[in-house]
Write a protein that binds this ligand. Sequence first.
Ligand code: MLT
Length: 405
Amino acid sequence: MIHANGDYLKLPGSYLFSTIAKKVAAFTEANPDKKVIRLGIGDVTQPLCPAVIDAIHKATDEMAAAETFHGYSPDLGYQFLRETIAEKVFRPLGTDITAEEIFISDGAKSDSANIQEIFAKDTKIAVCDPVYPVYVDTNVMAGRTGTYDETTGLWSNVIYMPCTAANGYSPELPKEVPDLIYLCFPNNPTGATISKAELQEWVDYANKNKAVIVYDAAYEAYISEAGVPHSIFECEGARDCAIELRSFSKNAGFTGTRLGYAVIPKDLKDADGVSLHALWARRHGTKFNGAPYIIQRAGEAVYSEEGQRQTREQIAYYMNNAKVIYDGLKSAGYTVSGGVNAPYIWLKTPDGMTSWEFFDFLLEKANVVGTPGSGFGPSGEGHFRLTAFGSYENSVEAMERIKAL
Ligand code: MLT
């Protein structure tokens, strides 16, 4: 065997969003006259806000002079950004996360993919179903997910926690105890949230069972309702069981510039008493040479007064799109959820269509791109995700086209 791990070969031929991109490219090539509206991948469309652009210009100018030039970034991140995050993000939430517990990276996708590296080969993972595909795919690549059942689409050594309309898209505590639990709220793909009291139950469960929670909070900036936690560290005892992943992509439009961070408390140890903070620092320092200085300065500017005002305006813009999509689908007779605390709208496919059948139908008949629910896991079958990250005009037009079907 010359390839890394035979399990790779049982994964779909390409990553979900690459498969969609290929299908859309084939469609546009065959239909060059059609205007395709892309509401598939959760990629932002609004330009970076002025406060961020100013910071990028300023930092770029610094790079042009020998006295202020910056070479390799510190592998764990510049202190100015780590301190800003601790003070502007975590202190207002009443948490005691410190700058030293924040590891700057090139984005939450990388962190959510790489974090499994600090866990043992026989680690048992639990995931929501449907789920952001990176969590399962990377554990498959690490060879810890058992055998694949082509009929069910399930891996034998993964605990799936179905999130369906029946349970309000909120996972139940698993009976079989996992070592590592992936949670993402506000959720990608369903847009669902859980209350602080519900999240506290997860923290208590993890502490009782010596499990670790990887909490993906990439969409926290979209929370509009009170009582929805912005960070797992708002819960008592989370420092003993949780890692949190954050992104600048969705709260400030950094999908093209890349910036994110992981929070790993110093107190966090695995079941054998090994410090996960120390392991991640070792891994990060070895495999990552630091996010670029210019982009870390841009990230710092997100937390300036203007940066906060301007990025909140962008979030409001996208959430207005979410309302347009949600209301448009409802009035077209679809069963819809999400879109209130998240930029994702989750709908049931009509007439018993499979997710991929509906993908093709929507692309061909309305020239609108979405994401098939089954791409996120077996429980996503019969569902479909649309994102609010397009332009307002395209969101309105997409709804008009869907209503006309
Ligand atoms: C998505 O569409 O689910 C997101 O774009 C994924 C990501 O941020 O990597």
